[in-house]
Design a protein around this ligand. Structure first.
Ligand SMILES: Cc1cc2nc3c(=O)[nH]c(=O)nc-3n(C[C@H](O)[C@H](O)[C@H](O)COP(=O)(O)OP(=O)(O)OC[C@H]3O[C@@H](n4cnc5c(N)ncnc54)[C@H](O)[C@@H]3O)c2cc1C
Length: 277
């Protein structure tokens, strides 16, 4: 079966500084009208590099071609925050970390300093292909009556999408950790708790996650934590995403407080000190 995912050939057409830590980049491409409008936490890939390295990756076999290439462009995972089919545009909210040439990875560098007009590939689900609404979506609350969203700034685009698409009759709670006060934004949740890292605050101050023990937030064994709930039939559903050590600590606290593991998803979105692949 053909994967719903495929590369879209796009260009950077605008950037907007949303807050201290976020740059919204707008990408445009001829056939982005076919990009799936699913949003939620559906993951997409940005493929960043010189045009000559992008050219061979425009087909459905892009990933195997990339794997076999002697020189590979960077691939990073993101969440779309808007799909404007008629305009052939999408938005991505990129967390800025480090400065270009001084700690920033390829994606953070691109968001901060790529020239408007610069080309990249966006690997996203194609709305004309079967399965485009489900592929790459970890948020699966099933029949839950209460949804608890926990995350850091990299999970904020997904959380904002999920809260913008609330189901009637379900209670939504979110606990979010961001670098700066300025990153706090309006979100529609039944209960919303912000923690600001520059004030020394953390998600791990907030009950029930405050039960994390020393060591829970330590880096794991190298694998990025990825543990999705399978079939939630009622009650509460916990969705946690962000820095892997933080998510690991949230998972440990959830386990200690008796959260049903089958009704919880834990996703390491990045790892401190490790380059994403
Ligand atoms: C499903 C999924 C969805 C995601 N959605 C988003 C999204 O919408 N917006 C978003 O900004 N990120 C998102 N991320 C996280 C993003 O993929 C990583 O932060 C990625 O590592 C950034 O790539 P880079 O090229 O900037 O840095 P890399 O080259 O991967 O890393 C360079 C260095 O920077 C550090 N680093 C990476 N990210 C951060 C960070 N956020 N803060 C501080 N240091 C960091 C690394 O530990 C490493 O030391 C998502 C990840 C996943 C798996």
């Amino acid at each position: 079966m053909t994967s719903p995912y495929r590369p879209f050939d796009v260009r950077l057409v605008a950037r907007e500084r949303l807050s201290a830590s976020f740059m919204r980049i707008t990408l445009r491409g001829g056939d982005l009208a076919r990009c799936s409008p699913t949003l939620l936490d559906q993951r997409v890939k940005l493929v960043l590099g010189e045009s000559r390295l992008l050219d061979p990756l425009r087909g459905d076999d892009w990933y195997s071609v990339w794997q076999a290439a002697a020189e590979r462009p960077a691939i990073r995972t993101y969440t779309l925050t808007a799909v404007r089919a008629a305009a052939g545009e999408v938005d991505v909210d990129v967390v800025l970390h480090g400065r270009p040439g001084a700690g920033a990875g390829p994606a953070s560098t691109f968001a901060q300093s790529a020239a408007v007009g610069e080309r990249l590939l966006l690997v996203a689900a194609d709305r004309s292909r079967a399965g485009h609404e489900e592929v790459g979506v970890a948020f699966r609350p099933g029949g839950a009556e209460r949804v608890v969203l926990v995350g850091d700034e990299t999970a904020l685009p997904a959380v904002a999408n999920i809260l913008a698409d609330r189901r009637p009759g379900v209670r939504y709670e979110a606990v979010l950790e961001v670098p700066e006060r300025d990153d706090v934004r309006a979100l529609a949740a039944d209960r919303l708790t912000w923690r600001v890292r520059s004030r020394g605050e953390s998600v791990l101050d907030v009950a029930p996650f405050a039960h994390a023990a020393a060591g829970d937030a330590a880096p794991g064994d190298g694998a990025l934590l990825w543990d999705e709930a399978e079939d939630v039939s009622g009650g509460s559903y916990l969705w946690a995403a962000g820095e892997a050590g933080l998510v690991r600590a949230v998972r440990a606290a959830a386990k200690r407080t008796g959260v049903d593991r089958g009704a919880a998803s834990f996703m390491g979105y990045w790892r401190r000190g490790a380059v994403s692949a």
